[in-house]
Design a protein around this ligand. Structure first.
Ligand SMILES: [Zn+2]
Length: 472
C-alpha cells in the first residue's frame, strides 16, 4: 500500500504533511487554470480577469472546504474551544465543500467586483451651485400659510382669481444648497505597447446637465432665443423691441399651426453634453473593435457635476485612479454636435472651436492641426475664444481645465454656443449628425495620434499652480 503522506515539510516544531490526494487536487487545479487560460485567450478575454476569478475561487474554496468539514463534525466541534474551528493545520478540509463554495463564489465574481468598485471609488459629494443664476432677481416660488393670504391679497384663497395681484412683499433672496452624491464613470482601454501602456491619453466629457427649470413653452422660448439670445444662456436676456417682438410672434404663430404649445421643464442637454459623452462611447467602441490598438492606453472619464462648477473633474484630478503624471494629455469634448449654418449664420458647416490646445504644449496644438489637414477632416478651427482675457472665459469653464491646472496638456473641442444652450430646447432634433460624426472621428484621430507618438507630447509652457484661480 502506498503511504498517503508523500512528504513532510518541517518548519521548526511545525510539521506540514503533504499528502498524495492534496498533490493531485493541486495539480488538477493548475491543469484547470491552464485550460481556462487557453479558452480565455481564444475568446479574447483578459487573463487578468481569469486570475482574479481563480483567486476568488481559491479563497472561497478554502473557506467552503473548512466550513463543510466543521458542519459535518459539529458534534466534535461543540465540545471544543471555538478557535479550533480555525485550526486548519490539524487537518480537516472537505473537498466537496471546497468545490461547492469555489464554484459559488466565482459565480458572484461580478457582484464582488461591483462591491470592490464601490469601496475603492471615493464618494463624490456634488454641491449645488450657490450662485444666484444670472437674471434671477426674485424667488421662482413662494410658499406661505393659507391664513396669511388674505393679508397679502385682501381676500381668502377660495376667492382668488388667476391674475389677481396683492400688495408688495419684501425680503432677501438667498439660495440654500443641498449635497447630493455623484459618480464619475471611468474606463481604460489598454494600449498595445507594453512599454507605453502605463501612459494614458485621457478623453473627457460630462454626464450631468443643468436639470429642471420652471416650465416654459418649447416654441416660445426657442423663438425668443432665436431673436434675443442667439447663444442661449451665454447671451443676457432682454426686453424685445416692437420689431423683435413681431418676429418672435410670427415664429410662434407658424409653429402653432403645426402643433399646440409644448410645456417642458427638463433641460435634456442633447448637445451639452450628451454629444460629448456619446462621442466617447462611440470612440471607445470603435477603438476596441479596431485591429490596431493605440500604443498608449486610453482613459475615458465621464465627469459628473460639471455644470455646478467642474466638481467631478476636480475630484478626479485630485484623486486620479491612475498616477496623475501618467496622463500625457487630456482631450475634452463638450458640445460637439452643433455649429452648423442654422445655428449662427456667420458660421460655416466646418466650424470648430479649439481652446487651450497650445496653452501647455505647442506640439499638441500643432498636432491637432496636422491631423485635421492630413486626415481630410478640413474643420475650420476658430481660436478666437481661446484669446487671453476673452469675456466668455471658456478655457476655465469646462472639465479640461482641471487637468491643465496640474500641467497636463489639454485640447478642448466644441462646435460652440447656440440658442438652445442651457435651455429646455437643447434637444436631439437640433443636432447636426453629419457634423457630429465628423468632429467625433477627428477627435478619435487626435487621440490615437497622441497615443501612438514615440515620445510624450512635449510640455514647453510653464505649469500653473493647481490651487490658483483659473485665468484665461
Ligand atoms: Zn457642457
Amino acid at each position: 500500500m502506498i503511504d498517503p503522506i508523500l512528504y513532510t515539510i518541517r518548519l521548526g516544531s511545525f510539521e506540514i504533511p503533504i499528502r498524495w490526494y492534496g498533490l493531485l487536487i493541486a495539480s488538477s487545479m493548475a491543469l484547470g487554470l491552464w485550460l481556462a487560460a487557453r479558452e480565455a485567450a481564444r475568446r479574447g478575454e483578459s487573463p487578468d480577469d481569469l486570475l482574479k476569478a481563480a483567486e476568488i475561487a481559491l479563497i472561497g474554496g478554502l473557506v467552503g472546504a473548512r466550513l463543510y468539514y466543521v458542519l459535518f463534525n459539529l458534534d466534535y466541534y461543540q465540545t471544543q474551544p471555538w478557535w479550533r474551528i480555525f485550526a486548519v493545520l490539524e487537518g480537516g478540509l472537505a473537498i466537496h465543500g471546497g468545490l461547492i463554495a469555489g464554484i459559488a463564489v466565482t459565480g458572484v465574481d461580478t457582484l464582488i467586483s461591483t462591491f470592490e468598485q464601490v469601496f475603492r471609488t471615493p464618494h463624490i459629494v456634488v454641491r449645488q451651485n450657490l450662485q444666484v443664476p444670472p437674471g434671477v432677481t426674485q424667488p421662482r416660488l413662494v410658499i406661505m400659510p393659507t391664513a396669511s393670504l388674505p393679508k397679502l391679497f385682501g381676500k381668502p384663497l377660495d376667492r382668488l382669481e388667476p391674475g389677481d395681484t396683492g400688495s408688495a412683499i419684501q425680503g432677501e433672496v438667498t439660495f440654500e444648497g443641498s449635497d447630493v452624491g455623484g459618480t464619475n464613470v471611468v474606463a481604460i482601454l489598454e494600449g498595445a505597447d507594453p512599454a507605453l501602456r502605463g501612459e494614458y491619453v485621457a478623453l473627457g466629457a460630462h454626464n450631468d446637465a443643468i436639470g429642471i427649470v420652471p416650465p416654459v413653452d418649447h416654441d416660445s422660448i426657442r423663438a425668443y432665443n432665436t431673436v434675443m439670445r442667439p447663444r442661449g444662456a451665454n447671451d443676457p436676456p432682454g426686453e424685445p423691441n416692437a420689431e423683435q417682438a413681431a418676429r418672435i410672434t410670427a415664429m410662434v404663430d407658424s409653429m402653432r399651426k403645426l402643433h399646440p404649445a409644448r410645456l417642458d421643464s427638463i433641460v435634456n442637454g442633447a448637445d451639452d453634453d450628451g454629444s460629448g459623452s456619446m462621442a466617447l462611447l462611440e470612440i471607445a467602441e470603435a477603438v476596441s473593435r479596431s485591429s490596431t490598438r493605440p500604443k498608449r492606453s486610453l482613459l475615458f472619464v465621464w465627469h459628473t457635476g460639471e455644470e455646478s462648477g467642474l466638481q467631478g473633474s476636480r475630484w478626479f484630478t485630485d484623486n486620479p485612479t491612475v498616477p496623475r503624471d501618467s496622463i500625457v494629455a487630456q482631450i475634452n469634448s463638450d458640445m460637439i454636435a452643433r455649429g452648423g449654418p442654422d445655428d449662427e449664420a456667420r458660421r460655416d458647416p466646418a466650424y470648430l472651436q479649439v481652446i487651450g490646445s497650445r496653452r501647455l504644449s505647442t506640439e499638441l496644438g500643432d498636432l491637432a492641426e496636422t491631423v485635421n489637414r492630413d486626415g481630410g477632416f478640413n474643420l475650420a478651427f476658430d481660436y478666437s475664444y481661446d484669446a487671453d482675457g476673452h469675456p466668455d472665459n471658456f478655457y476655465c469653464r469646462s472639465d479640461h481645465y482641471m487637468y491643465a491646472r496640474y500641467g497636463i496638456p489639454i485640447a478642448f473641442f466644441s462646435t460652440g454656443g447656440h440658442r438652445d444652450y442651457h435651455q429646455v430646447t437643447d434637444e436631439i432634433e437640433y443636432l447636426d449628425f453629419d457634423k457630429y460624426s465628423r468632429v467625433t472621428s477627428f477627435i478619435r484621430s487626435v487621440v490615437e495620434r497622441v497615443a501612438n507618438l514615440d515620445h510624450r507630447v512635449v510640455v514647453d509652457k510653464p505649469k500653473p499652480d493647481p490651487t490658483a484661480p483659473c485665468q484665461q
